[in-house]
Design a protein around this ligand. Structure first.
Ligand code: SF4
Length: 362
């Protein structure tokens, strides 16, 4: 039976992390001299939607105390360019704080990748950061957040950051959920901790922060995610990604089948992106038959960015959508409509361009 710890965090995050590791049965997983990789969710989009630096530092210090020979933090943010990544890391205060405790940071985009070809459910070729595959122990350390495509973005989804930048969009085009599951089958993830000091509701980058003051920890990544999802109002069976991951043998997605230790699991109802969208735009007509997750994500980005400036009331995306006469058309799947409709090209279109089009600016 998989065990999941729900651990209360007080003022001492380092002590709370150590308690979580004891409760989750993770003590002893790191052998003296081993190389440990800590993989936070530092996607370079928004500091508020990132694994807290204090939790990452606590993970590193715990690994050092366990006798690790080398501890590294690694991440491959969304492809926003080196300048933006540098300013994001500076805003986090990450590099100096890590250096102070003798931990290096590896930007996966600039590190070596191992290539995998013709793997079922994956693009014809992908590259995974060599460090993620060859470290002795990986501490998978996302933040507790909702997500427009996966409902929650936690330990299973977090490993997508180990891909080459070019592979990330290919995952969306192919089918994000089965591809993420297939990726997880390639990357061991021995220690899984969700930073739930705060949870992000409404959107995974620009949503509302809800203080919870918890860590969720398990050796089983699917079980950790199942508890994290249940904690924000998504009970067992409601998160398709976790059902798929469980079916692939990656762990237990049914909360009722878990041993939960520490704090009681008290579900809260956090707003999902789809609900936030309906609340913000009650009269918006979205036709999205056949749209893949990349186009949906671009639309969500565009809508949240455009905010009150939005003029458009009808939107079409996806190859099988009905396209109304006044609809804004998104994505190359519907390029046959481009000559006659306002449109944003791309596969997927860029969120900022979608925002401008929604505001009637192009
Ligand atoms: S245009 Fe949009 S829906 Fe079509 S394949 Fe590209 S990203 Fe997917």
């Amino acid at each position: 039976m998989s065990r999941v710890a729900i651990t209360r965090v007080g003022t001492d995050v380092v002590a709370a992390f150590a308690t979580a590791m004891e409760q989750a049965g993770c003590v002893g997983l790191i052998q003296p001299g081993q190389r440990v990789l800590v993989k936070p969710n530092w996607n370079a989009c928004a500091v508020a939607g990132s694994t807290k630096l204090a939790v990452v530092l606590a993970a590193c210090r715990w690994a050092q105390a366990q006798g690790a020979g080398e501890v590294l933090v690694g991440e491959g943010p969304v492809p926003v360019g080196r300048e933006r990544i540098d300013s994001y890391l500076a805003e986090l205060g990450a590099l100096a704080a890590l250096a102070e405790i003798g931990v290096g940071f590896v930007l996966f985009d600039e590190a070596e990748h191992v290539l995998f070809r013709d793997t079922p459910d994956l693009p014809p070729e992908i590259g995974i950061a060599r460090l993620a595959l060859e470290c002795d122990v990986l501490i998978n350390l996302p933040m507790l957040k909702v997500h427009s495509c996966c409902l929650t973005t936690l330990c299973v989804k977090n490993l997508k950051g180990c891909l080459r930048p070019v592979d990330k969009m290919a995952f969306h085009r192919l089918g994000l959920l089965p591809a993420v599951v297939a990726l997880n089958r390639l990357i061991p993830s021995q220690i899984n901790v969700i930073d739930a000091l705060e949870a992000m509701a409404g959107d995974h980058n620009s949503g509302r922060l809800v203080p919870l003051g918890l860590l969720i920890a398990s050796r089983d990544r699917v079980a950790a995610d199942a508890v994290g999802s249940a904690l924000i109002g998504l009970p067992s069976g409601k998160v398709p990604l976790l059902k798929l991951a469980a079916a692939a043998g990656l762990g237990e997605h049914c909360v009722e089948a878990l041993e939960i230790v520490g704090e009681a699991l008290v579900p809260q109802r956090l707003e999902l992106p789809q609900d936030a969208l309906k609340r913000h735009y009650p009269n918006l007509d979205i036709q999205d038959e056949g749209a893949c997750s990349a186009c949906r994500a671009a639309l969500m980005d565009g809508l949240f960015t455009a905010g009150a400036e939005r003029q458009v009331t009808q939107i079409a995306l996806g190859a099988h959508s009905t396209v109304a006469a006044g609809a804004l058309v998104l994505g190359n799947c519907l390029s046959s409509y481009f000559p006659h409709r306002a449109h944003v090209p791309g596969c997927p279109p860029v969120g900022k361009a979608v925002a401008r089009a929604l505001a009637g600016k192009e």
